[in-house]
Design a protein around this ligand. Structure first.
Ligand code: ME8
Length: 499
């Protein structure tokens, strides 16, 4: 079974920030989880390098757009390993193979009769690279996102006949209620469609920084059409040995934030229909990470540096915090204070202590060796069906809910230690068999949650599983009782305090 997950491709007009890290981390959690299920996974991220936002930023710096793109694409590429993201490819829309694919697909759209010449006039935000509908404009002709004055643009363009997909898009939304999630985003996209679709510019006449229109060299493609096609084009050249399109298209999940919902929920399926390509299975729209109540963005200047957090606490702590503290799909505030609280109370005190005391007790009472035997039925009951529930949540991109299922078992194991008080059992030789069972159940429970936590906490989970002598990551082995821990080894604190 194939699983293909994507992040948006990020604009190279500035450096990566926490918002970008967030989407990439979420996509990575999904990719890792599906790999654990033994699926054939492809995970794509990359950079969006054409269009006005990039050209304007470059000119403001007095350099060419390509130079700015090269410089910042490197920083986005460097972000992936720092947050432990295991993307299979990094696409840049200035890749010649991507450009050729864009030309090929959009020429087909034209041949199919969905392109015509016309004049466009409207209010345009150069930062969004988007024309705004009249009801989207803030007072004073301001962009509602960037709070900058919109420009009145009039130009001769080629248009994409978006309006001719009205009925097909309504039918799509009718047939596939899980095409867009969460539900509020599905409703938002559908009501946009129902309000009546207008044709949109497919090309720009005045710009030069973009993919050239093959049938008219005075035009470049509007950056959004070029950008959206990355999800499709990447498969054709990511692997020099094999065209991966057949294997992975259509995408299983596009992860995006709500700022780019309309492009993905309306333009993108229409474009694919016009090109006679299959539609993605799901688009999941996560919320905004908020700092002091405002959406964090490059232009607002209130950016939190994910690199600082990683340097002090490690990538795992950042990954965990973002998916634990902000319900995936909703907006949520992030702060240093709430980060530190989660780190201390949950990673250090709950998981870290569970790991260190479980290992310490096996070392102290059984010299590191766990005798074979059954798992305590009391615990087995509380773990029954856990893997299945985690899979169901991840299948719906409910990454916070999946993590919570697992975390409840981390807490259950801590309660189990208190209930069974192995230190009391250890004082009584007649209860050696009970102590064996408690230690075995604890170690096995710890192994089970750790396998499930691996997508969220890959480095820590690997260290812990190595100490348990059970490095197997597959989800079939995650069930309580499926593993065979024989010998455990000492482990330094997974989440040290006082960093
Ligand atoms: O829109 N909270 O690029 P972009 C959560 N190039 N996520 C955030 C965020 C925040 N505060 N800020 C950014 C573009 N993101 C286009 C996309 S796709 C074909 C083209 C994340 O650099 C989130 O995923 O502005 C959002 O959708 C994306 O970064 C926007 O990145």
């Amino acid at each position: 079974m194939a699983f293909y997950v994507t992040t948006p491709i990020y604009y190279v007009n500035a450096a990566p920030h926490l918002g970008h890290a967030y989407t990439t981390i979420a996509a990575d959690v999904m990719a890792r989880h599906h790999r654990q299920r033994g699926e054939d996974v492809f995970f794509l991220t990359g950079t969006d390098e054409h269009g006005e936002p990039v050209a304007d930023a470059a000119h403001a710096l007095g350099i060419e757009p390509q130079e700015l793109a090269d410089r910042n694409a490197e920083r986005f590429k460097a972000l992936a390993p720092q947050i432990d993201a295991t993307n299979d490819f990094f696409i840049r829309t200035t890749d010649p193979q991507h450009e050729a694919k864009v030309q090929e697909v959009l020429s087909r759209v034209k041949e199919n009769g969905f392109v015509y010449e016309g004049t466009y006039e409207g209010w345009y935000c150069p930062r969004c690279a988007d024309f705004k509908a009249d009801n989207e404009i803030d007072e004073g002709k301001l962009c509602p996102i960037h709070h900058i004055v919109l420009t009145r643009e009039q130009e001769d363009n080629y248009f994409f006949r978006l309006s001719s997909f009205q009925a097909q898009l309504e039918a799509l939304y009718g047939e596939r209620e899980d095409f867009i999630a969460p539900r509020a985003r599905y409703n938002e996209a559908l009501s946009f469609i129902r309000s009546g679709l207008r044709d949109v510019p497919l090309t720009r006449h005045k710009l030069t920084w973009g993919v050239q229109v093959p049938w008219d060299h005075e035009h470049v493609f509007y950056v959004w059409f070029d950008a959206l096609l990355n999800y499709y084009s990447a498969l054709s050249y990511a692997d020099p040995k094999e065209d991966l399109t057949e294997r992975f298209w259509p995408a299983s999940y596009h992860l995006i934030a709500k700022d780019i919902l309309r492009f993905h929920a309306v333009y993108w399926p229409a474009l694919l229909m016009a090109a006679e390509l299959e539609l993605p299975e799901h688009i999941f729209v996560h919320g905004y990470l908020l700092m002091e109540g405002e959406k964090m963005s490059k232009s607002l200047g209130n950016v939190l540096d994910p690199f600082e957090v990683i340097e002090r606490f490690g990538a795992d702590a950042l990954r965990f915090y973002l998916l634990r503290d902000v319900p995936f799909g909703a907006d949520g505030s992030v702060s240093t204070a709430s980060f530190e609280l989660r780190y201390e109370t949950e990673l250090a005190n709950e998981l870290g202590n569970l790991a260190s005391r479980t290992i310490a007790m096996v070392l102290r009472y059984r010299d590191g060796k766990l005798p074979a035997g059954d798992i305590d039925p009391v615990l087995a009951e509380d773990f029954a069906g856990l893997t299945g529930r985690v899979c169901e949540h991840v299948d719906r991109a409910e990454l916070t809910a999946a993590l919570d299922e697992i975390w409840q078992r981390v807490r259950r194991l801590n309660r189990y230690v208190e209930e069974q008080a192995p230190w009391q059992l250890a004082k009584d030789d007649a209860r050696a068999a009970d102590l064996d069972r408690v230690l075995r159940s604890l170690a096995e429970g710890l192994r089970s949650v750790t396998v499930l936590l691996w997508p969220y906490l890959p480095a820590s989970a690997e260290r812990l599983l190595a100490a348990l002598g059970a490095p197997e990551l597959s989800l079939t082995g995650a069930e309580l009782g499926a593993g065979q821990i024989e010998t455990v080894a000492a482990l330094d604190a997974l989440f040290p305090k006082n960093r």
